[in-house]
Write a protein that binds this ligand. Sequence first.
Ligand code: B12
Ligand code: SF4
Length: 461
Amino acid sequence: MKKIVLITPPSPYLLSDKAIVPLGILYVASMLQQQGYEVEVLDLTGKKDYEKDVMNVATKGYDAFGITATSPDFGQAVQILDLIKQVSPKNKVILGGPHATVGPQTCMPYNFDKIVQGDGWTGAKIAIEDESNQKLIFAPMFENFDDAPWPARDLIDMDSYEYYIGGIRSTNVMTQLGCPYGCVFCCGRDIQEYRKMRLRSVSNVMQELDMLHDKYGFESFMVYDDEINIMKKRTLELMEEFKNRKYRFRAYIKTNLFDDESAKAMAEGGAYELSTGVESGSDKVLQTIQKATTYEINKKFVELCHKYGIKAKAFCIVGLPGETYEDVMLTKKWILDAKPDYFTISINTPYPGAPEYDHREKYDLEFGEIDYAKEQVSHSTYGKKEWKSYVRTSSLSAEELVKLRDEVEKECREKLGYVFPPGEGGHGSHSSPYEYSMGQGLTDELLKIQKFQQSDSYKDG
Ligand code: B12
Ligand code: SF4
């Protein structure tokens, strides 16, 4: 039986990469097990020094080493590759995951033996077995999500992951894959694996959630579907089952598909918070980025959430194609007018696989060549006191975008009474990158700091 090790690189720019369980690679692991391989996972999330861990597995004679990576993780994947090859150039190293899928051309110069574009469910086995010199593997699309064995969570230390929804320990799940929309900053719009909807049956989803409840004690879930409400009928069915079990959840929604009936069903199904990509308060920008929403539709989302007692979170972006000063002011106006419970303002970041990156000539957006192996290109800013803009529009420079972002966030926070998280204050603090990158509020550690700051002993000095 062939022995495979799958490796998750750390993401040091996130406040914590021990919140969201890396389901992609665990889905690959369980499928490989089903296909008859012996599989181990080397989970490097949360590790600062991983050289020894990698060198250690590299000496053990596995038949193949699989690494997963998003674009900002790509540099770490290359470092891990180099360490494995240092032990023996004959070690077979396979790269898969979002970066390989959306930007395989950027991976080709590196020493990976195989680069899998697309589904690991089909592509991993092909890459392991293929003895040819062909480096790039186009994995056939795995059509039926219900046929994928649930992620092999037992191969990692689940207790080391901490994620909370409204103070209740939770874990992430996927109930469907794909989003048919074409937002120009979103990766994979030309790739069927990201565009085509692949739905799990409601019963298959509920069996997994019940297992997570029985085995690990979870009754609260972060549903990480791109947009949970794309198929209204299915969403309502899912909510009925959540309601029966009294589960609670958090999810992303598409506001143009959100109506009174869905909001009510989600509230009854245990929605603690719904988040959405508002992106901009300018209808002109929303049209350019093909968001299929408007200022008013997004405002209605907040109203509906509040009508049914659900918290509403809005993700906003500056630096979108064609954006002007007036457009950014409209985003500020939207935040102050709609009053979501939480908001974030990031700076548009170009990733391979996004229309604004792949078809940049169509958009009023400029950016230079980015070496993803060298720079952790992320719209979160852990460890840095200042934001960085990789982009500029014809009317706003990169510096102006950073300044505007800071000003809008500060003014909206002050006017709406949202305090900066504890830490260094604002975007350089420990918790804000966490909010930005993972859509979650305070971690356990930060809750302790906050509790301490509010306690009498702190006030007494
Ligand atoms: C949950 C999630 C997160 C979570 C956890 C990320 C994680 N590592 O799983 C958090 C909140 C931390 C996150 C953060 C970010 N994310 Co995110 N995230 C998602 C989301 C919504 C779901 C991920 C998921 O579980 N998918 C389901 C599984 C089955 O898919 P998968 O992981 O891609 O795995 C499949 C294949 O890629 C492949 N595969 C995976 N690993 C391997 C390994 C081998 C060896 C092989 C052969 C195959 C293989 O097989 C799997 C089955 O087909 C996706 C969108 C999406 N729908 O996938 C975006 C997505 C992955 N995120 C994205 C982005 C941009 C980010 C951030 C960079 C944002 C930021 N803050 O700056 C960060 C990066 C942080 C990080 N280290 O990952 C982009 C990635 C684009 C890119 N160029 O890399 C996506 C695709 C969204 C999008 N459409 O733009 N994200
Ligand atoms: S941003 Fe959301 S709605 Fe737009 S294409 Fe991406 S997943 Fe779909």
